[in-house]
Design a protein around this ligand. Sequence first.
Ligand code: FAD
Length: 390
Amino acid sequence: MKVAILGGGPSGAFAAEKLASAGVETVVFDEKLAWEKPCGGGITFKAYSEYPFLFENDTPKKIVHDTVLAAPNSRPVTLALDHPLLIYSRYDLNRMLLDRAERAGAKIEKARVIAAERAGSQWTLRTRSGSITADYCIAATGARNPFRDLGAQFNRETSMTALGYFVRGDRDHIDVQFLPGFEGYIWVFPRNGHLSVGICGKGKPATELRAMLESYMRRNGIPIEGADYYGHMLPCLDTPSWKSTRVEGEGWMAVGDAAGLVDPITGEGIYYAIRSADLAARALLSNTVDLAGAAYRRLLRRDFMADLEFASRLSHRVFHGSFLRGAITTRMVQFTRLSPKFREVMQDLFAGTQPYIGLKHRLLKNINWSIVEIVCNLGMSWVIPRRGQA
Ligand SMILES: Cc1cc2nc3c(=O)[nH]c(=O)nc-3n(C[C@H](O)[C@H](O)[C@H](O)COP(=O)(O)OP(=O)(O)OC[C@H]3O[C@@H](n4cnc5c(N)ncnc54)[C@H](O)[C@@H]3O)c2cc1C
């Protein structure tokens, strides 16, 4: 079997590595190969514990142990991460993944695929310099997937805008800033030699997001002059779309952003790109071509799609909801500061080890403890006597 992979980002490169190392003839097309894709480049513990090579390698990366969380009407809080976050430049990450695919035996071609046509059981992929045929096709073309017949298409309800600046500088922590009534957040991610400062969110035009980000940067002394601007679109499926997103069809599967597989609350996509590529390769290697697509869909559903669908239901509540007459994001920051129990939940959320399904149950189970801790930490010694004073 010969498999053509359209796109050599994390999803395409990893699918190629898996298939080629199992002996499948695999060719990857990417119009740019390794490039600095607009991205934070953050990789969670969930990702590198599942795929240890993401940590154990010589590729430059930043290992970050602290996150500073900030929200309106609350003092910022530093959250020490039990498991650090890795931050890569996307050029370096993509280069590493493509090298691994090549070493596994995949053929890597620098070319834009301009047409993908299927006749009978064969694909013909056209580039400016010619065409090749393949038995199976994997669409890994990212959020701006140009192929209408392969993978997902996005609209205002199923995507968010993400933009930012690469700024010279260094830091040893991440900043996350929530804003009033805004379904999204601002981040400052330190990378090797520079910072990726960005904003992502739903429901506002790019010009407004850019103004919000620039105002934050000015307030926080982050220089805009001389910084490189970037902007991209990020899949952010709403609840109905998780059931209908096109992840497979006759002779093809879509992986990563091209299938819409991004966390609709945090925008994390690199893990899901790699994970979906892994599942796609497994489905293709253990099924006939006819059955592989359905097998892939089932694997996705069981693995993470049900959780991300649930997250899409929570998303609006997280950013617009209120709790104890304050915004949920503000309460999140305050509770993180005042309650060790709540802090544990936040640490697991940042590590990616707390699924969204089950989050409410865990919070409810801990709420009484958290409230006791908060009352104690607010110094209400007239309510709860200090040790030795009772
Ligand atoms: C601003 C921003 C910040 C983000 N921050 C984070 C973060 O910190 N952590 C995280 O986990 N996720 C983050 N994401 C999401 C993450 O970038 C994506 O989920 C991830 O890159 C998806 O990988 P992919 O391989 O599916 O697609 P991509 O990385 O987009 O790769 C697609 C590839 O396909 C190629 N291509 C497209 N069309 C063609 C064609 N016709 N022919 C040949 N090649 C083609 C492109 O050149 C590209 O290399 C962020 C996204 C944005 C926009």
